[in-house]
Design a binder for this molecule. Structure first.
Ligand code: PEP
Length: 257
């Protein structure tokens, strides 16, 4: 983390977990466990149907609210989809774009990711853009080339003004939900690469100010070491975000002096 130049963010990704009726208890429990997060912004990216209650109870617990996806289309005949404008109407702040589960199971491509990123930014939503390699791609030595392509594709057409609202999350696919966390060095190395790509695209000052998260089996045990790395500005946390005690411990690791 480097709090001097950029914001630290601890973001939970509930995925398809937590009922609307479970949101209030979660928020209240987290609030008692983390009375005041001094150094980091806490975010919960909840299922769409949880968002209205999230805007009430999570906000009361000083937690920002995010969605996990949005349509690249503004409105119209797209049965089952949710638009960015709908999220904005609820005053949702963040939206995860291009999570590997969306790329893997729902056919999202680097091009749709780019369309969604631009649509979110035009509406004033802050995208948390996910990039990351598979185990095979890492074995073949393709990590850097792939990350380079994914970041450039996601940000194509994003202006210098807009990039300030973008959060990037490095999420190696082999680490998500597997318990195989990247080592702190592996994660920091890719985050540093992402920062240098941003530097090449937008300049040193913007690169220094960009929040770049790590995600992939981050938990209460490994968070401290990961977050101590200079280019890891926070976490995107799946499994461990569902349990208030574990998520609180990660937030506390981000609050370390
Ligand atoms: C995620 O889904 O973004 C994630 C990082 O999941 P987990 O923490 O469970 O690996």
């Amino acid at each position: 983390m480097n709090r001097k130049y950029r914001k630290t963010i601890i973001a939970g990704n509930f995925k398809m977990n937590k009922l609307p009726s479970e949101i209030r208890a979660f928020a209240e429990e987290l609030k008692t466990l983390v009375p005041r997060a001094r150094w980091c912004e806490t975010v919960i990216c909840a299922p769409f149907v949880d968002l209205p209650l999230g805007m009430k109870y999570l906000k009361e617990a000083r937690i920002s609210v995010g969605a996990q996806n949005m349509s690249e289309h503004p409105k119209g005949a797209y049965t089952g989809e949710v638009s960015g404008e709908m999220l904005r109407d609820l005053k949702v702040k963040y939206v995860i774009i291009g999570h590997s589960e969306r790329r893997q199971y729902f056919g999202e491509t680097d091009l749709t990711v780019n369309e969604k990123v631009k649509a979110a930014l035009e509406l004033g939503l802050q995208p948390i853009v996910c990039v990351g390699e598979s185990a095979r791609q890492r074995e073949l030595g393709l990590t850097e080339a792939l990350i380079n392509y994914q970041v450039r594709a996601a940000l194509a057409g994003v202006t210098e003004e807009q990039i300030r609202k973008v959060v990037i999350a490095y999420e190696p696919i082999w680490a998500i939900g597997t318990g195989n966390t990247a080592t702190a060095e592996q994660a920091n190395e890719v985050n540093r690469t992402i920062r240098s790509i941003i530097r090449g695209l937008y300049g040193a000052r913007t690169a220094r100010a960009t929040t770049i998260l790590y995600g992939g089996s981050m938990n209460e045990k490994n968070a401290y070491e990961l977050l101590a790395q200079p280019d890891i500005d926070g976490g995107l946390i799946g499994g461990a975000s569902l349990v208030p005690e574990k998520f609180a411990a990660i937030i506390n690791a981000a609050n370390q002096e």
